[in-house]
Design a protein around this ligand. Structure first.
Ligand SMILES: NC(=O)c1ccc[n+]([C@@H]2O[C@H](COP(=O)([O-])OP(=O)(O)OC[C@H]3O[C@@H](n4cnc5c(N)ncnc54)[C@H](O)[C@@H]3O)[C@@H](O)[C@H]2O)c1
Length: 360
């Protein structure tokens, strides 16, 4: 399948590199609202640089990978569907549930596929964790913790303003990795209660490319809450760009018979550990290849060919968006927010696949 990329910034390299590992798809062209960015990637990776309009008008391109900034995800996604192309975007799915819903609905209306990162949950770390939990390694999951705490991306990202604009902040930026991994392991969410705040109204960029830039903060940057899953499991979550050093783990789940440490869901591999009742932590052998960014698009392309559901789906990302945005909505209203959407867990990855392979 010929695919096109819209948005040729920082993360686009990971997708161009990932595409080298499969025969299922070819990146035919790339585009960006800054034509020079598209030309740079086109030269680096030997593809065509086009304007967004030209790329959308190319009849040979069947699927568009949308790597623009969060505020543009829905708008560009809708343009792709209107042009008759399947679309897969970077996370988050949208900046609010209303616009996200428009994209989900348009996908259904056109019969085209909608996908959305992260695809990290297809990697060995989260898939092995899910397999262990499904096989009863911790008994029935009762509780969990999920922490992503740091001091923001303005120290390294060359253009960090979008991280503090609508669609940014620690929840919409990093929450997709955590909530998607949790939904993959535990199933859909029932309700959320949270309190959220921000420590600074402005941040100072120190990265190369943006040094000295003052970034207005339009989002909450410390979000603390509790997610209740439909299966009854209760996960305590903190997502923060307002914390320096800490010693909190990424994700841990606690069951009736033991506990599991799920490795960093913003990665594909990692060390999965299980402790039985009062026993010590023991590593679990990874049962899947790690892969990297682009495996979700590869799965989507194969799923389109085979007529099966794709794993990294718009429905999943929309449910995750509803969960993430519920933190601020709960904080503002002082109430639990009950989810209006639900989603089935994507099929587990089969064991025994080679690197970069997906099943037919
Ligand atoms: N940088 C990372 O490490 C990283 C990791 C994972 C996910 N992401 C996600 O990937 C997305 C892009 O991040 P990035 O770091 O590459 O940002 P970036 O700012 O480096 O690149 C975004 C590119 O999109 C272009 N763009 C913006 N709006 C557009 C529009 N409407 N039409 C066409 N082009 C448009 C910009 O000109 C820019 O070149 C974000 O959603 C981010 O959350 C980034």
């Amino acid at each position: 399948m010929n695919i096109g990329i819209i948005g040729c910034g920082n993360i686009s390299r990971a997708y161009f590199n990932g595409a080298k590992n499969t025969d299922l798809l070819t990146i035919k062209a790339c585009a960006d609202m800054r034509l020079e960015a598209a030309k740079e990637r086109a030269e680096q990776y030997g593809v065509e640089a086009l304007s967004v309009e030209e790329l959308l008008a190319d009849p040979e391109i069947e699927l568009v990978v949308n790597l623009t900034i969060p505020r543009a995800h829905v708008e560009v996604g809708l343009q792709c569907l209107e042009a008759g192309k399947h679309t897969y975007s970077e996370k988050p799915f949208g900046v609010d549930i209303e616009s996200g819903k428009r994209l989900v609905d348009k996908g259904r209306e056109t019969g085209l596929r909608v996908g959305c990162a992260p695809d990290t949950f297809l990697g060995a770390g989260v898939q092995t964790s899910r397999k262990a939990v499904d096989e009863g390694a911790i008994g029935r999951p009762i509780a969990g913790t999920a922490f992503m705490c740091g001091h923001g991306h303005e120290s390294w990202h060359p253009n960090p303003a979008f991280y503090y604009d609508l669609g940014g902040g620690p929840m919409l930026d990093m929450g997709p990795y955590y909530v998607t991994a949790l939904v993959n392991i535990l199933g859909p969410v029932k309700r959320v209660a949270a309190v959220t705040t921000k420590a600074f109204n402005e941040r100072l960029a120190t990265s190369d490319g943006a040094k000295g830039q003052v970034l207005p903060v339009h989002v909450t940057t410390h979000l603390a809450g509790t997610i209740e899953f439909v299966n009854g499991c209760i996960v305590t979550m903190i997502m923060s760009f307002d914390m320096w050093r800490h010693a909190l783990p990424c994700i841990e789940l606690y069951g009736t018979e033991g506990s599991i440490k799920v490795p960093d869901p913003n990665g594909f591999g990692g060390d999965v550990r299980v402790a039985k009742s009062r026993g010590e932590w023991e590593s679990v052998e990874l049962a899947f290849p790690n892969n990297a960014r682009m495996i979700g698009v590869i799965d989507m392309v194969q799923a389109i060919k085979s007529g099966r559901p794709h794993r990294v789906s718009g429905d999943l990302a929309y449910h995750v968006l509803e969960v993430m945005t519920a933190f601020d909505r709960s904080s503002e209203s002082g109430e639990h927010i009950v989810m209006q959407s639900t989603v089935a867990r994507p099929a587990a990855m089969p064991t025994g696949l080679a690197e970069w392979a997906v099943e037919a």
